[in-house]
Design a protein around this ligand. Structure first.
Ligand code: NAD
Length: 293
């Protein structure tokens, strides 16, 4: 039976690890938060005292960390790469800069280690329901090796290209997500300001040429859709702080590749404003607040 090491058991990592366990896989885990570790042990994860201990006697190592700094800390500062067994496949699922991701995988391959980047889309709900989309960068062989594991946590697995390509695809997706969420929020507000019912307007646009994912699955206007953050005071979901992190990474990528992204820059400015209002812990659909009285 396969044994998996999991580092970073937060909002996404914990339900992903739980889906592995419910498929009969043994999971060892580590997180810097004591509270998270307590929850992990209640969820049948074998809790370890550090990242190095997690990497012993496992077949696959998965990391799901908040940002590039945490990923670098785990793999470089804590010398994990230098101490890991080459038979272990490393699947790095955090959203980080493609540059950091490529540098890490180059270092891994210089140490004869196998590593892929596999950031996800689908949010906490997707993690809980094992319906995530994985955007994978790395060699064909390693991606094929990872598929049986990834398929226990997600529904769609796309091979985007070489190392770092999964991160490029993820940043393209999230920049577009931010753009259509901002556009959807300001459009519904304009309709409401002109006497329309937000639910009727949303239904019209969803079935017309303005239709998009935010309207179909994640309506930002409170009360239009049940079981989405906008109907729950914008709590849970994908935090404004994480969206801003991704938009900063997207802007960095655009600069490096000399790509013109005026809409991406505007979306970043709007999320910056939202975060500066102290709303960093609300779901990203709370951009709607900017357009409500
Ligand atoms: P989170 O903050 O809830 O979880 C991250 C966990 O990593 C925390 O429990 C934290 O204590 C732990 N951690 C931090 N540094 C560590 C270290 N050095 N060693 C061990 N553990 C450490 O974040 P999340 O929402 O689970 O997101 C994780 C990643 O997934 C991020 O990169 C995010 O951008 C991406 N993502 C999140 C969502 C979402 O909806 N939340 C969706 C898609 C992608």
């Amino acid at each position: 039976m396969e044994k998996i090491g999991f580092i970073g058991l937060g909002n996404m990592g914990m339900p992903m690890a739980q889906n592995l366990i419910s498929n009969g896989i043994k999971v060892k885990g580590f997180d810097v938060s004591e509270e998270v570790l307590k929850q992990a042990s209640e969820n049948n994860i074998m809790v370890c005292s550090d990242a190095l201990q997690v990497s012993k006697e496992i077949d696959v190592l998965i990391t799901m960390l908040p940002n590039g700094e945490a990923v670098s800390n785990v793999f470089n500062s804590e010398s994990l790469l230098e101490n890991i067994d080459p038979s272990i496949l490393i699947i790095e699922c955090s959203t980080i800069s493609p540059k950091t991701s490529k540098e890490l995988s180059l270092k891994a391959s210089s140490l004869n280690l196998e590593m892929i980047d596999a950031p996800v889309s689908g949010g906490v709900k997707g993690a809980e329901e094992a319906s995530l989309t994985f955007m994978v960068g790395g060699s064909v062989e390693n991606v094929e090796k990872a598929k049986p594991i990834l398929s226990k946590m997600g529904k769609n697995i796309f091979h985007a290209g070489d190392s770092g390509s999964g991160q490029v695809a993820k940043l393209c997706n999230n920049m577009l997500l931010a753009i259509h969420m901002c556009g959807t929020a300001e459009t519904i507000a304009m309709g409401v300001n002109n006497g329309l019912d937000p639910a009727i307007l949303s239904e019209i646009m969803k079935n017309s040429s303005g239709g998009n994912w935010s309207l179909e699955k994640y309506n930002p206007f409170p009360g239009v859709m049940k079981e989405v953050p906008s109907s729950n005071d914008y709590s849970g979901g994908f935090l404004n702080s994480l969206m801003l992190k991704d938009l900063n990474l997207a802007e960095e990528l655009a600069t490096q590749s000399e790509s013109d992204t005026p809409m991406g820059k505007l979306a970043k400015a709007l999320y910056e404003e939202l975060n500066n209002q102290g709303l960093e812990s609300l779901d990203f659909s709370s951009i709607q607040k900017n357009y409500l009285d």
